[in-house]
Design a protein around this ligand. Structure first.
Ligand code: G6P
Length: 612
């Protein structure tokens, strides 16, 4: 979704801002803009609909933007269609205040009416223009200080925001404010950088400050100062980011998605290693004691998109292996539903970005009810990582492709490790089983490598199904969970309609959609339901379906019905999603590539969904 960058230093700001915006492209956007202040204190704004390269071209056509401080923005439309007028930065009519904004202002109607009464008019359909003019109003009405003007506006605005603001009267400063939308700042050799996402400033500095809710920051050449909403100065420590700037580059691959698929063995291995100590799952150093784990009466796993699908897979493992009643909830549903909550339960919020608005709201709801929360998060320092009671960090590195792959795989590992630890302390598995399951986990990276070595076969299969109108994914139990993710991957990057069905549900609707040649992908890794799913596949075959089976050990029956067979190595059945998902990710990738689509940035989607 929207991205923000800011810079003040000795170099030309437009180059640094454009470079930062390019790094934020992956979040998804439909227009972009920058504002740069020149030596004569004139702020110039350039905006375009569409890609950063159009913005760059427009700046060049206008013979460049010169100046050493500025702010930039990529916009993912919420209020108002994607257009140049609606693109950020927005400015007050006299350019007294120029700002960019991420988030949503919920009471924009009320604020707009107030400002109209005060004589303001509006040129765009955005809620951001209202924020800019509200700040301008308070700046002129009261004390003429940026901090006061922004704080007063913050008190009036309902919703979420990360704001970066330049004031005409304060040429040496950029101001930043936050509520529920992330902001990270860093300083290196007198140059000060700011962004909504650490990947945009990683090539400049790895020592960063995170702005917390209802806080402000003032960027000046060589310094950053922080303030609370009352305008009192507060002090913050920097946090070191372990990611390498190169990790956010394509590294020779044609797309980030393919690179990230190939990084899965490493992501799984590193995440697992971080949770193992002398061959035992060790969560104590995360602050989670055995006593805590013994006292949990239930687990609720919460997430959005693929993170939710990790939860669906984990549910089977928590229940079967650790014998703990488990629910999986979509964060957007959980946050508003008035269900009786289990006070002794554990709420596990899974999120790659750690910033998904609904997942964060769900976490806060659980915390407000006094329920212990555990975040499984990839981005260090993200809001969910900072607010959860306990955190398990996935060690997947920066994930840039909108469709998640390596973070999903790393999240699965965290859930498996948690399930094993719970099973051990609650005596639901014996020592021998525990040891053998850890050994299976340790073998997953090499088995994923093995699947990746069959990439050419998947590419061929993609060419067989790429013109399909619909593709169905079916399975039972854990295979159903894998189907959900396989289907999501397919539809989000190929735009082919796809659905995942619990195989037993086929006869309650979906089977009427099967036509001659409709691809049906059957996931067959769970022995107790293998024959049942085979029967369901036969029912679709009878009606003309093109059957693709993903199968591990027992291939005999699958072989007799499959038009195409994807064979994967075997592991403990609990962990089969980790292997079965790899060919499905590759299949979606190659279908999308062969259809000539924008694999890494599918239309209308955003990497990090920071608004409801
Ligand atoms: C978006 C992404 C998905 C991701 C979901 C949840 O839809 O495209 O890949 O699964 O958000 O994001 P999170 O950062 O919370 O894991």
């Amino acid at each position: 979704m929207c991205g923000i960058v800011g810079y003040i230093g000795e170099h030309q700001a437009s180059d640094i801002l454009l470079d930062g915006l390019k790094k934020l492209e992956y979040r998804g956007y439909d227009s972009a803009g920058v504002a740069v202040r020149n030596d004569e204190n004139k702020i110039s704004v350039v905006k375009t609909k569409g890609r950063i390269k159009f913005l760059k071209a427009k700046i060049e056509e206008g013979h460049g933007l010169f100046g050493t401080s500025g702010i930039g923005h990529t916009r993912w439309a919420t209020h108002g269609e994607p257009s140049e007028d609606n693109a950020h930065p927005h400015a007050s009519d006299d350019f007294n205040v120029v700002a960019v904004h991420n988030g949503i202002i919920e009471n924009y109607d009320e604020l707009k009416a107030k400002l109209i009464r005060k004589g303001y008019s509006f040129y765009s359909d955005t809620d951001t223009e209202i924020a800019v003019k509200l700040i301008d109003y308070y700046y002129k009405k009261y004390l003429h200080t940026p901090c006061d003007a922004i704080s007063k506006a913050m008190v009036r605005i309902r919703g979420s925001y990360a704001l970066a603001v330049m004031f005409k009267d304060y040429p040496e400063e950029i101001w930043v404010a936050r509520k529920d939308s992330p902001i990270v700042l860093g300083e290196k050799d007198g140059e000060v950088y700011m962004a909504s996402d650490v990947t945009a400033i990683l090539s400049h500095t790895k020592d960063v400050y995170y702005l917390d809710n209802m806080e402000l920051a003032r960027m000046k050449r060589g310094s950053i100062a922080f303030f609370n909403i009352d305008g009192d100065e507060i002090f913050k420590e920097t946090q070191k980011i372990a990611w390498e700037a190169e990790a956010a580059e394509k590294g020779g691959y044609p797309h980030f998605m393919l690179k990230e698929i190939h990084e899965e063995p490493r992501a799984v291995k590193d995440t697992l290693s971080s949770l193992l100590k002398e061959n035992e799952i060790s969560l104590e150093r995360l602050g989670i004691s055995d006593e805590d784990l013994k006292s949990i009466s239930s687990i609720t796993v919460i997430g959005c998109g693929s993170a939710y699908h990790v939860g669906v897979s984990a549910q089977y493992v928590f229940e079967d292996m650790a014998r703990i009643p488990t629910r999986v909830e979509l964060a957007s549903e959980y946050r508003y539903r008035n269900a009786p909550l289990d006070k002794n339960g554990l709420v596990v919020v899974i999120s790659q970005s750690g910033e998904t608005a609904d997942s964060l709201a769900a976490l806060r709801k659980a915390k407000a009810e006094g329920i212990k929360t555990l975040g499984i998060v990839n981005v260090v320092g993200s809001t969910i990582a900072r607010e959860a009671d306990y955190v398990i960090q996935t060690i997947a590195g920066p994930e840039i492709a909108v469709a998640t792959t390596k973070a999903y795989s790393a999240q699965l590992i965290c859930c498996y490790a948690l399930a094993l630890k719970l099973a051990k302390v609650r005596n639901s598995i014996d020592e021998e089983k525990y040891v053998s399951l850890i050994a299976e986990l340790k073998d997953l990276p090499s088995k994923i490598e093995e699947i990746l070595s069959e990439e050419e076969d998947i590419k061929k299969l993609a060419s067989e199904i790429r013109n399909a109108k619909d593709i169905f994914f079916i399975g039972r139990e854990i295979d159903y969970a894998t189907s959900l993710e396989g289907s999501l991957k397919m539809k989000e990057i190929s735009y082919i309609h796809s659905e995942a069905y619990a195989a037993g549900e086929l006869k309650h609707g979906t089977i009427s959609l099967i036509e001659k040649g409709t691809p049906v992908v059957g996931i067959l890794t769970q022995s107790n339901v293998y024959e049942k799913t085979i029967s369901n596949l036969i029912e679709t075959k009878t009606r003309g379906a093109h059957i693709i089976c993903v199968v591990s050990e027992d291939k005999e029956k699958a072989n007799t019905i499959a038009d195409d067979l994807i064979s994967i190595p075997n592991t403990a059945e609990y962990f089969m999603t980790s292997l079965a998902i790899i060919p499905l990710q590759l299949l979606s990738y190659y279908v999308s590539v062969q259809l000539g689509l924008n694999v890494d940035k599918p239309r209308n989607l955003a990497k990090s969904v920071t608004v409801e």
